[in-house]
Design a binder for this molecule. Sequence first.
Ligand SMILES: C[S@@+](CC[C@H](N)C(=O)[O-])C[C@H]1O[C@@H](n2cnc3c(N)ncnc32)[C@H](O)[C@@H]1O
Length: 242
Amino acid sequence: MESPTKSESVCRDPRVVGEDDVDDDPPLLSFHALAALKEFLAEQTQPSTEPHLENGVSEDSEVALVAEDWRLSQFWYDRHTAETVADEVLTLCQKFDSPRVACIACPTLYTYLKKIGPNVSAQLLEYDKRFSQHGSEFTFYDYNEPEELPMELKHNFQIVVADPPYLSKECLEKVAHTISFLAQHSESYLLLLTGEVQAERAAELMGFHPCGFRPHHSSKLGNEFRLFTNYNPGTRLGGWEQ
Ligand SMILES: C[S@@+](CC[C@H](N)C(=O)[O-])C[C@H]1O[C@@H](n2cnc3c(N)ncnc32)[C@H](O)[C@@H]1O
């Protein structure tokens, strides 16, 4: 028996008929229309290059993040910023036998940290309870109550990273209070991401210096942001700015 041609094979599908077929049955798709439909459906399932929101989760090409809630001053780092800071934290971790990292109000950093270094011991202190999805590594934190935290967290972290929700003096002072509560000792490595306008205050409060590296966010912000450290990063992070 002769094997069927390609178009014949396709036409064995009862939903498909040749272009010239005309009868009284319910409308059927032509071979060309079916091909166009298949192409359209395939395009719909391709990953988008734009940030995509579904069920409140943004697939920012690299990791899934919950959608920003601007009422909570949530502005997520872009991928390069999150990876750069996460890499720095992991470099610092190598200096310790059992490093512990505290992420104060910087959930994107926490997410990238766990992605790049899944075994790192990190604690996310956050006001937004959607991040309780991280189980025992989530601690509810309100900067208005700087020490309203579980006692087992006190002086338990060699590395502390903070990104205060607001650019006020009061907010920075209270977050600095929490940093001191969490930091293991005066030798702890501290990183602060906040507006450039806080530079003087950050230096007075905790001896922070700005680094050359500039943090950026997925949404464009009007304020210039900086990364401050209490230690000299050498050539990393663009060095300490003099
Ligand atoms: C400027 S954003 C920093 C987020 C960071 N850029 C990131 O991508 O992870 C400030 C963070 O503070 C949190 N926040 C809002 N209100 C707060 C409060 N009362 N106490 C502590 N954190 C709060 C927000 O949920 C948000 O994660």
